[in-house]
Design a protein around this ligand. Structure first.
Ligand code: H2U
Ligand code: ZN
Length: 358
């Protein structure tokens, strides 16, 4: 038998000592290794995004009036514009027969639809640079998409998301997001449904409502607060500057947001994105998306609407975090603590680094 030396709990310092934290929303664990932040970097350096884009790019398939890859032309849209993805990953009427039901080759036919949402006709803008009322229109479009697509008996989940920046695989700098809606609840919302349901059964309270109260009491992971919303780095964040946006009230999904909550959301989104851009003085790349209750007609009082932001950058505009090796094979790991990340984001100016004074 081997004997390990037990250190008294009082010596544990979460800013120094490796530990793991549990993701309350999906049950996964993340390894936190704060002592590792000092290691040198001689690995891959990314190319910063192209600056000084034109307001209209004749070769962009999302700009107003231009022809898309599928041959259809975009209208001269003045604000937001939604179209069915010309290369949709899900189709409404794909055949459902001929799927083998063998233990070794399990498969299910999946149906649904994919749409692209242009946030603005301006090729050169990002959400961070759009005005509050313009972002509010995007919020309204998000809510409308959940209502419209979720109304179908064939749609159980509507996933709104945005891939921003080439580093996250976005194909085009034109400000845009996507919505994918399908018949079955996908993996991540299904895990969140399970954990929120379990907590509600035990505590008769929505998990994220109680979690927000706990975070507000501690304060150290809070990034931004407004009348209706709170932005925080979750206790279990995997990505260096990952954040969670939570409403103060209990809201099941986007369509339930009232006017004040929507206006306020537009403003806090802009505030967060300005801070993200200021952090490394770059147009900050990320994947973001909304999670709300499923739309299969079930009862989901345990759900709380929220948005996740997953940005890949770690040290600068050109050094990113990789999810490889141990992370792929064992469990995700981070170096900078969520508390340190929240402090860095809080310190950022609320004026965009590109805006000219005056
Ligand atoms: P990104 O969010 O990864 O940039 O995706 C943009 C989507 O736009 C992508 O899913 C679609 C692609 O299939 N697209 C069209 O529907 N029409 C086009 O003309 C080009 C790209
Ligand atoms: Zn464009």
């Amino acid at each position: 038998m081997t004997h390990s030396v037990e250190h008294p709990a009082s010596q544990f310092d979460p800013t120094e000592h490796p530990h793991r934290r549990r993701n309350l929303l999906n049950g996964d664990w993340v390894l936190v290794s704060p002592h590792r932040t000092k290691r040198p970097w001689q690995g891959q350096v990314e190319r910063p995004p192209q600056e000084n884009l034109p307001s209209h790019d004749p070769s962009c398939y999302l700009c107003p009036g231009n022809e898309r890859a599928g041959g259809v032309s975009n209208p001269n849209y003045p604000s937001t514009f939604i179209f069915t993805n010309d290369f949709a990953a899900l189709l409404a009427d794909s055949p459902s027969h001929n799927i083998s039901q063998n233990h070794f080759f399990q498969a299910e036919a999946e149906t649904g639809t994919c749409r692209v949402i242009c946030f603005s006709p301006r090729h050169d803008l990002t959400l961070a640079q759009m005005t509050g009322p313009e972002i509010r229109q995007v919020v309204d479009v998000w809510a409308e998409q959940v209502v419209e697509l979720g109304a179908s008996d064939d749609i159980s989940y509507v996933q709104l998301f945005e891939n921003r920046g080439a580093m996250m695989g976005s194909s085009n700098p034109h400000p845009h997001g996507q919505v994918w809606a399908n018949r079955r609840i996908p993996t991540e919302p299904a895990a969140e449904d399970r954990e929120q349901r379990l907590y509600f059964e035990r505590n008769n309270q929505p998990l994220l409502v109680d979690y927000l109260h706990a975070e507000l009491k501690v304060g150290e992971r809070i990034v931004l607060e407004s009348d209706e919303w709170v932005v925080l780095v979750p206790y279990w964040a995997v990505w260096p500057f990952e954040t969670l946006i939570l409403p103060r009230q209990h809201v099941l999904h986007m369509p339930d947001l009232n006017d004040a909550q929507r206006d306020d959301l537009a403003l806090i989104l802009k505030q967060l994105l300005i801070r993200y851009d200021n952090l490394f003085e770059t147009s900050f790349p990320y994947s973001m998306g909304w999670h709300g209750q499923p739309t299969d007609g079930g009862r989901y009082p345990h759900w709380q609407l929220h948005a996740h932001f997953y940005p890949p950058l770690l040290r600068s505009a050109t050094v990113r975090k990789f999810m490889v090796g141990y992370e792929l094979l064992a469990t995700p790991q981070r170096d900078i603590t969520p508390e340190q990340a929240a402090a860095r984001l809080r310190q950022q100016s609320n004026i965009h680094y590109k805006s000219t004074p005056g």
